[in-house]
Design a protein around this ligand. Structure first.
Ligand code: BGC
Length: 761
């Protein structure tokens, strides 16, 4: 059995995570570093002017070569590179982000070390979200692997590559739970589920930071973002108002952050959104009461890009000076991109509106991070033009990208075992706007990778089959616009083929920041293409390209086989071919529910029952359902097929009684009666039947990737303890109540699998 490797820490929530954070190495280091910075660093603080202190709290987009950051963020006032060098010399910035490579970093660091009065090393940050030059699947896709070990390995490689180019700090992982598929940024996280989110948060932090300490030249510091509840914006609109209860914050949106901190993430980023009227960037309850006092977080809080400036547009601060004061006093140590801290903190301190001690505290945290990263020992430890070339895109890294790609593909259906396809003797037509060319491969939020360096589907498929000449490719349609003559050409190609592979979906610009959609369907011109191509009547496999859950309707839904292929990165084509032709069996599961209709959003499997649930079966009057359909998913969270034939049997609930201080072993027999090997993601769900706070219809409590040969059967077991059944009670504190629980061991959040009951007593 391929066991998941989530540390004990990752499995803890709430108080458990606080305890873990207190015991974690990063916390110990940060606490130590801030309590007792090396004497030389303390001496620096004593010598710093207020301006120099504010400079340590000011982070700007790198200006080198025009600035990559501007391609990903709204253009805001940026300096030229020469002006930025002048800011380095005068100690007015702590570092830059999304810069370009070792040359730039060396020039800037040299200016800091030679020409700046106090010679405080600069910090180089970047959005390393899913790889550096080797691009891995989008985090949402990779979460579908239900394989935290894989996520740790890809994050490790991303860190090894990025650190060689001078990067010390990544603005990742994004650990926002995303329950509204209209929101475009779900693609940067791990989807809708709390437990999967925690497991991925843990893995990614460990991967980025490595196991040799943050001082290692291949470690990058992680930043758990965006704190907090950024994914809960009203109507799925990016940046929008969030108004959720404290209980929901604590139960749904906080745990992945707590896990990331417990795993050692020394930084977090305040989110753009407001929380019940108070923007996160100026929210003392969030940043001080909870984060610092309750959880004991000793690290650095950075604003998001111009997050402090945006307090004015929120209608929370009257002007830049007030925005600075509110954000800083609420607990934002470092300001990103607005330049507000360097402009206004000195005057606020001079006028006594910001205490010097508070300024020193923030500076200490930032310098402690620089100490931890080893920058005071050797400011150039991650800046190495030679390593920058040799550590990237190595054969081993690209191999991992291919493995991760194949492991992220979800098979939604496979009627008549159309898949896997034969490698020889068949003419294959690849049709759709995603089948060929150096485009739409790597996905959003990649500063350093490029589609030009990624492998497309046509190349991947031609590389897999016996006779590449039997594979043809035609676009048939644009992504949002029809292509003149496209459908005719596609129909001709389909008619001349034995098998059609139809790749349709979203462009990479349709998900990511500021890419909310009102309709999460496939654009109409591609539906028209699908209609015409499917009408030809050839066996057709649909490959979806997507950055979120999609609504799938006829005719696409009628295709016998559908694979979700997301944005898979550098090895997109070969990874997809591996699954299409069966070199690798599909093993990923949906990390987000695919609804019947956009109007169901925000839809997630762990919803409440309501007082009038519609039982499975026909839609009934006066029940919680829509006129047009059930309150359910078309393809549920956790769903995904394999090339095996998997059956669940023989649930054993270990006597059905769990003592408060004991454990309960829940087991089921999982059998592959098919003729092909399969890796099944076996999932454990529970429902607390009656509680003082209503509970979700199901909650994921465990998962295992289980490799099963043809004909093989295994007993899969999970251990449940009372701590796994805790929830946030009426007093907003964790509680656990005795009573009856339902339990499922099942292949998805909606499948019955095998199920039973037990009692917590
Ligand atoms: C995003 C952050 C990102 C930052 C820096 C912002 O627009 O919300 O996730 O880290 O830009 O690029």
């Amino acid at each position: 059995m391929e066991d998941i490797r989530i540390s004990r820490r990752a499995l803890m929530m709430g108080a458990g995570a606080v305890a873990a954070w207190s015991a974690s190495p990063a916390r110990a280091l940060l606490a130590q570093a801030t309590a007792a910075l090396p004497a030389s660093v303390e001496a620096l603080i004593a010598q710093m002017t207020v301006e120099e202190k504010a400079g340590q709290l000011t982070l700007m987009a790198a200006a080198w070569a025009g600035g990559a950051a501007n391609a990903l963020n709204p253009i805001s006032a940026t300096a030229t590179f020469d002006e930025q060098l002048a800011q380095v010399r005068s100690g007015r910035i702590t570092g830059v982000f999304n810069g370009n490579g070792a040359d730039m970093a060396r020039r800037m660091q040299t200016a800091a070390m030679r020409e700046q009065r106090l010679k405080i090393p600069l910090l180089f940050a970047a959005d390393i979200i899913h790889g550096f030059r080797t691009v891995f699947p989008m985090p949402l896709a990779e979460a579908g692997s239900f394989d935290p070990d894989l996520a740790e390995r890809t994050a490790r490689v991303a860190a090894v590559e990025a650190s060689a180019a001078g990067i010390d700090w990544t603005f990742a992982p994004m650990v926002d739970i995303a329950r509204d598929q209209r929101w475009g940024r779900g693609i940067e996280g791990a989807g809708e589920d709390i437990m999967l989110g925690k497991a991925m948060a843990d893995a990614r932090v460990r991967g980025f930071q490595g196991r040799r300490g943050l001082g290692a030249d291949d470690a990058v510091a992680a930043c758990a973002k965006h704190f907090a509840a950024y994914g809960a914006g009203e109507a799925g609109l990016d940046y929008n108002t969030v108004d959720v209860s404290e209980r929901t914050l604590r139960e749904v949106y906080f745990p992945a952050f707590q896990t990331a901190f417990a795993a050692g993430a020394p930084t977090t980023m305040a989110s753009f959104n407001e929380l019940s009227g108070v923007p996160a960037t100026a929210n003392p309850w969030l940043l001080d009461t909870v984060l610092r006092k309750e959880w004991g977080f000793g690290g650095v809080v950075v604003s998001d890009y111009t997050g402090d400036e945006e307090l004015i547009a929120h209608g929370f601060a009257a002007d830049a000076r007030e925005a600075t004061k509110l954000a800083f006093l609420a607990g934002v140590d470092m300001s990103m991109q607005s330049g507000f801290y360097i402009k206004h903190l000195p005057d606020l301190v001079a006028k006594g509106e910001v205490p010097m001690a508070r300024l020193d505290q923030a500076v200490r945290r930032v310098l402690a991070m620089k100490v931890l990263l080893g920058l005071f020992d050797d400011p150039f430890r991650r800046i190495d033009p030679r390593r920058e070339k040799t550590r990237v895109r190595t054969p081993a890294n690209l191999k991992l990208a291919r493995e991760a790609g194949a492991r992220s593909i979800v098979m939604l259906k496979n009627d008549g075992d159309l898949l896997p396809l034969p490698k020889a003797g068949k003419r294959i037509a690849l049709i759709g706007p995603f089948v060929q060319g150096q485009r739409e491969l790597i996905g959003t939020w990649n500063v350093y990778g490029s589609d030009a360096e990624a492998v497309d589907l046509l190349t991947g498929v031609r590389g897999a089959v016996a006779d590449p000449a039997l594979v043809t490719a035609v676009d048939g349609s644009g992504i949002t616009d029809a292509l003149p003559g496209g459908i005719d050409a596609a129909v001709l190609a389909a008619a001349a083929a034995d098998i059609v592979v139809l790749a349709i979906g979203e462009s990479q610009k349709m998900s990511g920041e500021a890419q909310s959609r009102v309709d999460i369907g496939i654009p109409q011109p591609q539906i028209d293409l699908a209609q015409a191509v499917l009408a030809v009547g050839k066996p057709t496999v649909v490959l979806l390209r997507n950055g979120r859950a999609l609504v799938l309707e006829k005719p696409v839904l009628d295709a016998p086989a559908i694979l979700v292929t997301w944005f898979l990165g550098s090895q997109s084509g070969p990874a997809t071919a591996d699954v299409l032709f069966g070199d690798v069996g599909p093993s990923a599961r949906l990390p987000v529910s695919f609804p019947y209709s956009t109007g169901q959003e925000p839809y997630h499997y762990a919803h409440k029952n309501t007082g009038r649930p519609n039982p499975p079966g026909p839609l009934l009057e006066y029940k919680a359902r829509y006129r047009e359909g059930p309150n359910a998913a078309l393809f549920a969270f956790g769903h995904g097929l394999t090339y095996g034939r998997i059956g669940y049997a023989d649930l054993d609930t270990g006597g059905g009684r769990l003592a408060m201080d004991g454990s309960l072993m829940v087991r089921a027999r999982v059998t592959n009666s098919g003729t092909r090997a399969a890796t099944e993601v076996v999932q454990l769900y529970v429902q607390d039947v009656t509680a003082s706070i209503t509970r979700p219809v199901r909650e994921l409590k465990g998962f295992r990737r289980v490799a099963l040969k043809p004909g093989e059967s295994q007993v899969v077991e999970f251990t449940l303890r009372a701590a796994d059944l805790r929830f946030v009670g009426i007093d907003d504190k964790l509680t656990v109540e005795p009573g009856e629980f339902r339990v499922w061991i099942a292949p998805s959040a909606q499948a019955e699998g095998v199920n039973g009951r037990f009692v917590l007593a």
